[in-house]
Design a protein around this ligand. Structure first.
Ligand SMILES: Nc1ncnc2c1ncn2[C@@H]1O[C@H](COP(=O)(O)OP(=O)(O)O)[C@@H](O)[C@H]1O
Ligand SMILES: [Mg+2]
Length: 127
């Protein structure tokens, strides 16, 4: 499922970019989480659309040079899936984007969901 989420981000990065522009994926292991960044130099996302892009079926207004639906076809489900997967793993998906410059999607996934807490009462102990 995590692989599918990254694939969705990659597919968008490619779809909303000029074919000659690079798409870069980087993964960073931090102390308690994995950070995956997918960066493109594509059309970018208007700031007013950003709050909605993770909602099912939402698609931002088409920007140059991708004005036609056929330039970047889709139904608006990919990022909703990414957000669901992030949340199911107690992680987060965020985006920074500038129109005409590109976008960076960052997926953060904690390594350990729940730690065993020794300070809590041990239910198996007998007094
Ligand atoms: N890398 C990106 N660059 C520009 N716009 C993007 C990018 N990723 C997502 N978007 C915007 O967010 C919308 C929702 O993305 P998504 O849920 O994957 O749907 P779809 O790919 O079917 O359009 C897209 O329609 C587009 O407007
Ligand atoms: Mg998509």
């Amino acid at each position: 499922m995590i692989a599918r989420a990254v694939t969705n981000l990659l597919a968008n990065a490619v779809k909303f970019s000029h074919p000659r522009h690079d798409v870069v994926v980087e993964a960073f292991a931090e102390s308690d989480l994995l950070r995956i960044e997918v960066k493109d130099q594509g059309c970018g996302i208007p700031p007013e659309a950003i709050p909605f892009i993770f909602e099912k079926f939402y698609r931002a207004p088409r920007l140059p040079p991708l004005e036609e639906e056929a330039d970047a076809p889709g139904v608006g489900m990919g990022l909703a899936f990414v957000r669901d997967i992030a949340q199911l793993h107690r992680g987060r998906i965020t985006v920074e984007s500038e129109v005409g410059v590109g976008s960076v999607f960052t997926l953060r996934l904690p390594f350990i969901q729940e730690r065993f807490d020794n300070s809590k009462e041990n239910v198996f102990s007998h007094k």
